[in-house]
Design a protein around this ligand. Sequence first.
Ligand SMILES: C[S@@+](CC[C@H](N)C(=O)[O-])C[C@H]1O[C@@H](n2cnc3c(N)ncnc32)[C@H](O)[C@@H]1O
Length: 280
Amino acid sequence: MQPDQDVIKRWTGSAPFWEKHRNIIRLMFAPVTQALVEDAQISSQDSVLDVAMGPGEPALSLAALFGPGGKIVGVDPIPEMVAAARREADRLRLKNVQFDVAFADHLPLAADTFDAVVSRFGVMFFPSPVDGVREMLRVLKPGSKLALAVWHFAERNPFHHALSRVVDRYVDSPPPAADAADAFRFAPPGKLREVLIQAGAMAPSERLLRFTIQAPISVEEFWTLRREMSDKLAEKMATLSKEQAAKVKTEMLEALGEYSTDGGMSFPAEVLIVSGGKRR
Ligand SMILES: C[S@@+](CC[C@H](N)C(=O)[O-])C[C@H]1O[C@@H](n2cnc3c(N)ncnc32)[C@H](O)[C@@H]1O
């Protein structure tokens, strides 16, 4: 299937910011990484594939966690993301990782290779999620598991909603089509599980992960991080006049104040973890 050029352009533009904020992003979503490790049944000697890893997560966390025993391969279609992952692996002197440029529906990897496949916040952007999951199943060893993390509804996630609620009062934001490449494409329970069934996964299951997104930064720093991470938010802000943008920022900082604690920002969060296996 043809990659969505708009998706490619958006992720290329945000790659430098995902690299800039990598440490906070790793901390914020560590509970999601942990859930993927549990549901894909990963252990320290495994060879693991991370699809749509952006600048290297959860691949880098897994490599650091498991040490030299396991082998981690990460792929992303955006060369700038892959270069960022390689820079961090070099900085950390990790020897057990390999990063390649690849789309999910065309993995340049041999069949029956991996003990586990994971993808955190990636599958919603694939032009064909079924083809992407089929490829993950192809490269898995028989009897092994894949686990995918996707956002539950925006309204259950103030990490997103506290911001969109403010900006959407100023910018016309029609809801995306049901199958548009969007962060909340797989929010409806059962929708991604159905994709796994269509792709031929064994015993597909889904669980709701409730956790706390913790970021040891100020409200103002959080606003910068979110504006830079989210091309959509940056795009909406760019349509505003200077006066409107200043008003939005003031209202935004006020709305985010609700989630500010002594230790930094803290948001209740909900993610779906969907997993399945490859036939023996
Ligand atoms: C929200 S980021 C997630 C990054 C990382 N996994 C994390 O959790 O921090 C989504 C990633 O999906 C990648 N992506 C978009 N379309 C893709 C496709 N067709 N195949 C594989 N990855 C894709 C983007 O390049 C981007 O790096």
